[in-house]
Design a protein around this ligand. Structure first.
Ligand code: CP3
Length: 365
């Protein structure tokens, strides 16, 4: 089922991700579609968040909004969806509560619960359960007309696990910590289950038209170096190893793979060896220090300015961009510009535009 998509007019981000020398740093922004954009609220109307994700027409409209608004300034689009569609496919109920974030009415609280075995033993039809995502991807690829590549994504097993046991965002990660320290074996079984669904999900996103994929490990920073090694790394590595295999079985070409283990900078050296082409960095690591850790490995970095610079002055923003470009060794390869995490609410769209312009200007010098 190969698609006939329009030819690419801008493939800068793909060439960079494969490790080629380039003319300037490509740039895209995590959460570039979303609440800070007035047109997002307009298009969303009073629809529920997951309703938007499930409607390919709406999801593709939302994906394209930043590409249209920042015409020529963004080098990639990312499909409008959420990492929590995977727990939904595993049979869990997830709601998005206005101004509060995701909520699981029945989180997994212990391996003795009937729900634990149900999730663990569910035979998930990843194609059918998440069909709406693939439809949104294919439609978006067509609408993009080759302007920029389309990124697909999933949550990392560890991060999805946290949501499934906490039932939402968390401050102390009490439930996640109980699971790893009280029931390590059962935790690992569940992580493996999530991982296998993620591999198939990513392969089907590529089949539908995604040209690069990112694995978001937003809660990696809650683990110590040694628990990160036990409860996150093996599953991230499994995805990096098995996705290319799965694509080969489907006669699909490989795509560049990005891993973003937010907060796990203490493990950066090991993360560079997980098998991903690109490693996303948050703003707690200085670009030059990350480059030192990387050494002569072929890894491409992505990131990493503090999203908070968008609340500041233009002068401080320019200084941050200059520091970042210098630290990553200029914009001629091995670096994809982004923020160190998603763009936050209340950011003025004009400030994000200035960030995109400054990265393009400084990184082409
Ligand atoms: O533009 C893009 O980056 C694509 C869309 C995207 C969304 N979520 C849309 C969204 C992506 C890539 C995600 C990933 C995601 N979802 C992550 C990983 C990235 C990260 O931020 O660490 C996580 C942890 C989630 C789970 C999630 N979804 C949370 C915690 C929240 C609520 C927090 C918040 O910012 O309100 C969401 C909701 C969500 N996902 C919104 C959007 C646009 C806001 C929904 C709304 O209120 O309209």
């Amino acid at each position: 089922m190969a698609h006939d998509f329009p030819p690419m007019k801008n493939d800068l981000v793909l060439r960079t991700a494969w490790g080629e020398k380039v003319e300037r740093a490509p740039i895209w922004i995590m959460r570039q579609a979303g609440r800070y954009l007035p047109e997002y609220h307009e298009a969303k109307g009073n629809r529920d968040f997951f309703e938007c994700c499930r409607d390919p027409e709406v999801a593709s409209t939302l994906t394209l909004q930043p590409i249209d608004r920042y015409d020529g300034l963004l080098d990639a689009s990312i499909i409008f969806s959420d990492i929590l569609v995977v727990p939904q496919a595993l049979g869990m109920t997830v709601e998005m509560v206005d101004k509060k974030g995701p909520h699981f009415p029945e989180p997994l609280r212990s391996p003795e619960e009937e729900q634990y075995s149900r999730v663990l033993n569910k035979s998930v039809d990843v194609a059918a359960e998440l069909d709406y995502v693939y439809k949104a991807i294919t439609l978006t690829r067509k609408k993009l007309q080759g302007r920029v590549p389309l990124i697909g994504f999933c949550g990392a097993p560890w991060t999805l696990f946290c949501y499934m046991v906490e039932g939402g965002g968390s401050k102390f990660f009490v439930e996640s910590k109980k699971w790893i320290y009280l029931y390590p074996k059962e935790t690992k079984a569940l992580l493996q289950k999530i991982t296998e669904v993620c591999v198939e999900y990513l392969a089907l996103q590529v089949q539908a038209g995604a040209q690069m994929i990112q694995v978001f490990d937003s809660w990696a920073g809650e683990l110590s170096p040694s628990t990160f090694k036990d409860f996150s790394e093996p599953y991230l590595r499994y995805i990096a190893e098995h996705l290319p295999k799965r694509l080969a079985e489907k006669n699909l070409e490989r795509v560049p793979m990005i891993v973003f283990p937010k907060g796990a900078n203490q493990s950066l050296d090991r993360v560079c060896d997980l098998g991903y082409n690109v490693v996303g960095l948050d703003w707690l690591v200085d670009p030059a220090d990350a480059v030192k850790v990387r050494g002569d490995r072929k890894i491409v970095f992505q990131g990493n300015a503090d999203p908070g610079i968008l609340y500041g002055s233009k002068e401080s923003l320019t200084a941050t961009v200059e520091h970042m470009v210098k630290g990553f060794g200029g914009g001629k390869g091995q670096w994809i510009a982004n923020l160190g995490h998603g763009v936050t609410p209340f950011v003025k769209p004009e400030m994000l535009k200035f960030y995109l312009e400054e990265v393009q200007r400084v990184s082409s010098q």
